[in-house]
Design a binder for this molecule. Sequence first.
Ligand code: F6P
Length: 529
Amino acid sequence: MWADLKALCGADIKNLFDGTGRARDFSITFDGMLFDYSKTSLTVEARQAMLDLVNERGVEAQRDAMFAGEKINDTERRAVLHIALRALSSAPIMFEGEDVLAGVRAGLTKMESFAEELRSGQYQGAGGPITDVVNIGIGGSHLGPEMAVKALLPYRDGPRCHFVSNADAADIHDKLEGLDPTRTLVIVASKSFTTVETMTNAETARAWMARAVEDPASQFVALASAEDKTKAFGIASERVFGFEDWVGGRYSIWGPIGLSLMLSIGPKRFREFLAGGEAMDQHFVHAPLGQNMPVMLALLGLWHHQVCGYPTRAVLPYDQRLARLPAYFQQLEMESNGKGVTMDGTPVEGGSGPVVWGEPGTNGQHAFYQLIHQGTQVVPCEFMVAAEGHEPDMTHQHELLVANCLAQSEALMLGRTPATARRLMAAKGFEGEELERQARHRVFKGDRPSTTLIYDKLTPRRLGQIIALYEHRVFVEGVILGINSFDQWGVELGKVLALELEPVLQGKVNASNKDGSTRQLVEFVRSHW
Ligand code: F6P
């Protein structure tokens, strides 16, 4: 599938701007957003060939199957209906003959009632109104709310939210330090309510709270789909917010897992966030393929990784409040499409999803952009920036931020020729061989691809749109690769072996059946205990 397409690679990006309106032709606008993918090597012919793949691989039929509640996650025999959690205004969404929206709306109303009670001070801790919320969860039960709460801090008018995820005691220790347990709410966010890191941290938090609060469970909330387990933990059912198994962990920010976000920004703005996600769903379903943002973002991902062979892609938001977005996308993309086999169990052709990484600009510019500009491997960059910031009295800083973002994509594409580098060195007084040597260090090859997603302002709605955009991008890439994007068997083995190793480290079980390296590491640790 990819070999034929490789022949279409190799256009010099800047030469594609030939006065025929490439910027507009290779861009998509939708609801306050502009996605510009003109600074990539995709030509008209290559784009058509990539679009043909969408038809050949049955993306639209799979998309419709997802929205119709079919069990497209077939290794877990589950439907994939996180889109129902943000379907505020659309037609019924059926699963096994029933409209799931009634349950979704009841769940949302329950969250909203609790949020209003807490935010108004009607629901209190032992020492008074809740000032701080600690969300304990990991992976999909952590990254989304942590990312979104930070992203939308300008809209916060509720309690402060803190996030604990790591099994490392340092995490919970540092987050609880300085908090008043009598005015803190602990949210235990775990779909399965069995994840060892989360349950261990939840017990630590309960013990911390029990030192100051007579009935610590009264200040605990559970976000889980396992009511028997939340009951056993002692959390009353009115503070248990459940969700169905058709919501995957890394797609769960839209429902109860988003409770901390709702507490932070309030139910009304949380609905705006959902509405943004829903708007992107509608766009994904109805926009023609060539004008479809998730489809084109996915095709560019495949173009860069599977066709051009670039091993990673960088997500570079020019927004400090999106600092956790690259981590969120890492789970979304790498846990979804980091698979070695297709649906039918045969090896994935041309490799699975790429490594996804990133940091906010401008910080990254002073760290790793050196490699992006002059290193020997090409890193497609996905820039993101808002036209308007949230600090009206500091617009000069926002201008500087936007200028940097735009300048980077320009520099990556244009580079600096040897002739220009020589001129620069000559102006500095260099001559002869030394001029040549100095100039070579200052050459930028250019022709490095990037896309830019620019939007008016990072509001709750825009954030919802951006997340849904990437969710659908992952979906489209997964369908074209033939991968099940909704299971995550690759995280199982490490969990199983960690369980086995704990008693070995404790000296209760002999390490003799372990490999030499693991035995050595165990011995080192035990010699320090
Ligand atoms: O890392 C595997 C995983 O299952 C993720 O997919 C999930 O988001 C995370 O663990 C947490 O799971 P849970 O919400 O059940 O605690």
